[in-house]
Write a protein that binds this ligand. Sequence first.
Ligand code: NIG
Ligand code: FE
Length: 401
Amino acid sequence: SGPAPAASASASATSTAVTGIAVLVTNDPALGEGPLGLVRNAAVVLDGERVAWAGPSRRAPAADTRVDAAGRAAVPGFVDSHSHLVFDGDRTEEFNARMSGRPYAAGGIRTTVAATRAATDERLHANVARYVAEALRQGTTVIETKSGYGLATDQEARALRIAAAHTDEVTFLGAHIVPPEYADDPAGYVGLVTGPMLDACAPHARWIDVFCERGAFDGDQARAVLTAGAARGLVPRVHANQLSYGPGVRLAVELGAASADHCTHLTDEDVDALAQGETVATLLPGAEFSTRAAWPDARRLLDAGVTVALSTDCNPGSSFTSSMPFCIALAVRDMGMTPDEALWAATAGGAAALRRTDTGRITPGARGDLVLLDAPSPVHLAYRPGVPLVSAVWRRGERVH
Ligand code: NIG
Ligand code: FE
């Protein structure tokens, strides 16, 4: 699908001009209108892995190949800063039961832990590859993913090695829940996660995460996990305040976490902490959708000046979607975000949550992560929910869809 190159590429071609873009979202206010840096009648030149140039079509420099966007809108590749892709099996029955009224609880994670432990490496590789490809077709050019369904030293290290074969953004989530073997000794499990498991896992990850929640890990346990990870060079991010009020968000800010994720149950103190700190609030509307829970209040966070990211949380329990456009549509319809705010949160916001400046924007020197939409305006991502609007994707300057 998508537009065909207007001129054939020579074997040595390295640069591509995408011209005839009706509206280009650069996320660089220096390049265009408003916070999204909108440029109308735009072109983008990709050279090697990078954006070489972005601006009005009439001023576009020559390139080896030209692609005519034919009046489509273009946006930066989506940055999905929160997913759990290393797993086997699914939880169809649990979802079915939930849609008949049973509430979501963290304990369902055990079902996926059992299936994941029993899976071969090859099977887990194939699963991750499939979900990463699924996300890519929907415009996601950077995706973070976590361990957390192994919950034993060798299993967690295996999950991280597998994740690292498919993405650079890998998170150690040994503290997802206490596994059945440690049901009577949660302190012993925290000792394992902060000791031998961390030793085995730290070399394979960039980030450390903990599920700080009733039924998972309390504030003191979460602090122990995050500080041990930080001492080994892993940067904290936290599953915080998803199912109930709690200490997760304030702990994340206090420890300088890159992101506090979920942020569904927030007190005024939590919002103030986020507004004063450096921690991004990552909202995961797929989880509230799939668990029939109350939405996080994005409007309240934005009005307080908090940096907000949107991500899928793709996992078999609480949010089995890999679609960033779907999350944008939910955030606009149900969380008080404008279409522009949601698009920024799904691109530049995700990059901020991963502390990256090389993606999430279409600006000279950034990675060539570009998405063409079968729509004249990026607003259509929210306006036409459920419609596959992603018509072409470049990742690191290469056309991948
Ligand atoms: O982010 N909240 C904790 N972890 C996942 C759910 C994992 C699962 O249910 O398998 C989440 O929603
Ligand atoms: Fe999650």
